[in-house]
Ligand binder design. Sequence first.
Ligand code: FMN
Length: 278
Amino acid sequence: MEQVPGWRKITNVVHLAGSKMYCQLWHAGRLTSGKPGGPQPNYEPSAIPARGRSLCFNFLPSTSEFGTRKEILDPSAIVTQFKHAAKNANTRSGRFSDKWGGSSENRARFGLEVLKSLVEVFGSNVSLKISPGGGFHDMGMPLQETIDTFSYFISEADKLRLSYITLFRYIPRLDPIIDESRKERGTSHELLSTYAKLTTNAKIFIVGGVTPEEAEMLVRTNQVHGVFFETSWLTHPDLAKRIRHGKSINNMLAVPHLYGDVDVDPRIGYTDYSAVTY
Ligand SMILES: Cc1cc2nc3c(=O)[nH]c(=O)nc-3n(C[C@H](O)[C@H](O)[C@H](O)COP(=O)(O)O)c2cc1C
């Protein structure tokens, strides 16, 4: 609970500047890493470990070393926890055969229930970020199944009058080969032409390797309401100025240092990227 007054100091300043702040609520599910033998189990949809984490984040131990895995028998308990978190602020991974799994409608149920409970608290100030292409963290489905599932989810989510939906594009570097079949896990497909037409209420944002030139084109041609640059903000302290002045966006993310490393200055690869001379 001490998180709440702490964050309020920050949100107050943002509100004073006339802006809104969205807090990302998420459940790490099968990506949770607990201490081996620790007292708290890692709640996951169906206790199916995610493979390949250490291929993306090389400082993480392999999944087999994580703490006790425990299936979530009734996901509605997690929906209640999400709602509680919302009040404070003011999915091949599951084998459910009941109302939480199987068909697109059932698979979408958990996300939609969470969104509905958040809308009860925040009205239309709720947004959604999804990665239909998967790949990251051992996620992926065949193309038609992917399109069917996400089309249903997005169409239903849009009926809830969310403020915006962010489509996270497939990124090859986040999809290491982990299958014996030597195939990628993700299903790269064009997100805007597939899903944007399904929304009439929510604004559409895109993220994932967007360049300033592409962003300008996507907004100018009304394909999106906006874009997000994420890694580029981390690797360029002067990103906005660089874009304004047409300077190159060429610093590379120092992945091995991303979340700190034993005995290594935590600023390395996090806040030590260089600005350009103007
Ligand atoms: C260090 C780091 C932390 C991230 N943390 C989150 C996160 O907590 N939630 C999330 O939705 N995305 C997170 N992302 C993903 C980014 O928000 C973004 O979707 C992704 O990096 C693709 O956009 P980009 O190519 O502009 O970086 C993170 C990315 C990085 C590099």
